[in-house]
Ligand binder design. Structure first.
Ligand SMILES: Nc1ncnc2c1ncn2[C@@H]1O[C@H](COP(=O)(O)OP(=O)(O)OP(=O)(O)O)[C@@H](O)[C@H]1O
Ligand SMILES: [Mg+2]
Length: 463
């Protein structure tokens, strides 16, 4: 049962708070001065400390420094002197909330419920951290390398808060898994976790996906539609590939993050929603800002708590642990007992793993299928060419919904690069006359230097 310590020199206030705390399922101890409170703190560690600011022998907030496990106690300041300054000072000193006397019943109940959940979560996260030490994992995330310990520490700190988190990391490093873990370790876990891949949805549909639309707001909108922000109320939205979100929508997203309110496409009614936003990118966000792919103001807003996911090749023996885990999983599902040979395990360290954990998982699955009982080197070691890469310039990625004119421009430019800028050859491959190619290139003037047109992006990674 959660325990509350109530400290106030006014016995009536203590009586009342005690009654409410008991109703909310707390056991309670009480004190009327700092001195009494110290004695109580020595007896039992409280999950919640409700303290008056001014006490006969000092300031209630001083007690924060005396808590044995400050992370495991929610401190709520109760004050009759409702100045913004004192409340802010209390929050800075470690209080998580404050009540102004006379506090109304609902507010006290809400604060206590919130504190109870947070303290239960802190407890759970503490246990998870201990489990990590023994098992080398954090929730469903595996790995015990030093880089992962840093990650677990960051995740456990930010999970129970409502902070926006920006997950940065290359493909397959576990950004989505980290986002799910943050949701599962937050008090939002009973509500929805809705992922939206901004790179996979046609740009003109993202707005209605996020904010919904009213009937008749555009061709094909034959009924009202509730967007992610409405459906995830109380929960979490995961905006994957945030740099692929159209710029004008980034402005709208920023506004929602600041105000918590939005309107459906084609609507006028303001709708409020309590949603936590987690975002991810596999680009360098600062470069994305410089390249005009990510608005600087949105970046700063998302970057409240950035978390970088480590590359698999920088994670030492995690490679082996993960490979073993994926194999055990296959064995369990199939009822088999296949194993890696020592050489096969050793060879895992020689590969660069550009596709990170996803690539490793895919290889283990393939090796499992190919092997009889023991997975030998030949099967386990990935072909160097098997990485999902295309730097020979033969592949470009074009998002669904890209205007045909743009598709034509990009294919033309990429072909030109592929042919080493030999226009005759490019025209031949493209099946147009040399004159047509010249005309097109003239039309692209000004855009010709655009790196986007020239860039040959890697193939979609397979999952
Ligand atoms: N540390 C880990 N422990 C266990 N499984 C992991 C870990 N990291 C990633 N995975 C698994 O690897 C796969 C890829 O992870 P995930 O989809 O989270 O990567 P991502 O960073 O979002 O990749 P992308 O940028 O390509 O979308 C998933 O199956 C995930 O469960
Ligand atoms: Mg992902």
């Amino acid at each position: 049962m959660a325990h509350a310590l109530i400290v106030d020199d006014d016995a009536d206030v203590v009586d009342w708070l005690q009654e409410v705390a008991r109703m909310e399922g707390f056991t309670v101890s009480r004190a009327h001065s700092i001195r009494d409170a110290r004695i109580e703190l020595g007896r039992q560690h409280p999950d919640v400390l409700l303290t008056d600011l001014r006490l006969p022998d000092g300031e209630g907030i001083e007690l924060v420094r005396e808590l044995e496990k400050p992370d495991a106690t929610e401190v709520i300041v109760v004050t009759g002197h409702a100045t913004v300054d004192s409340a802010v000072a209390a929050l800075r000193a470690g209080a998580s909330d404050y009540l102004i006397k006379p506090a109304d019943l609902e507010r006290v109940q809400a604060v206590l419920r919130h504190a109870k959940k947070t303290s239960a979560l802190q407890h759970e996260i503490g246990e998870l951290r201990d489990a990590l030490r023994k098992l080398g994992r954090f929730g469903r995330i595996l790995g015990s390398s030093p880089k992962m310990q840093v990650l677990y520490d960051q995740l456990s700190r930010v999970a129970p808060t409502s902070a926006t988190v920006l997950l940065i990391g290359e493909s397959g490093t576990g950004k989505e898994l980290a986002a799910q873990t943050l949701h599962e370790l937050s008090r939002r876990r009973e509500a929805a976790f809705l992922p939206l891949n901004c790179g996979a949805v046609a740009p003109q549909l993202i707005e209605s996906e996020l904010f919904g639309h009213e009937r008749g707001s555009f061709t094909g909108a034959d009924r009202q539609h509730k967007g992610f922000f409405e459906r995830a109320n109380g929960g979490t939205i995961f905006l994957d590939e945030i740099t692929e979100m159209p710029m004008e929508l980034q402005v709208k997203l920023l506004r929602v993050l600041e105000t918590g309110a939005f309107t459906r496409v084609g609507g006028t009614q303001q709708i409020s929603s309590d949603v936590r936003v987690l975002a991810a990118t596999n680009r360098d966000p600062e470069k994305a800002v410089a390249d005009g792919k990510l608005r600087e103001d949105l970046y700063h807003r998302l970057n409240v708590f950035p978390i970088r996911l480590p590359l698999l090749r920088d994670r030492g023996t995690d490679i082996e642990q993960l490979a073993q885990y994926f194999l055990d999983d296959m064995n369990k599902v199939e009822g088999t007992g296949k194993s890696f040979s020592r050489d096969a395990l050793a060879r895992l360290y020689q590969h660069q793993w550009p596709g990170n954990v996803r690539e490793l998982r895919n290889y283990v699955q393939r090796a499992y299928i190919m092997a009889d009982d023991t997975i030998e080197c030949e099967v386990a070691v990935p072909e160097p060419t098997a990485a999902p890469k295309s730097d020979d310039g033969t592949i470009i990625t074009i998002r669904v919904g890209t205007p045909l004119e743009e598709v034509e421009r990009r294919v033309t430019m990429a072909t030109l690069v592929y042919c080493g800028h030999v226009k005759r050859k490019a025209a031949e491959i493209l099946g147009v006359s040399l004159k047509t190619l010249y005309n097109r290139l003239e039309g692209y003037t000004g855009k010709e230097g655009d790196p986007e047109g020239l860039q040959c992006q890697p193939q979609e990674s397979q999952s």
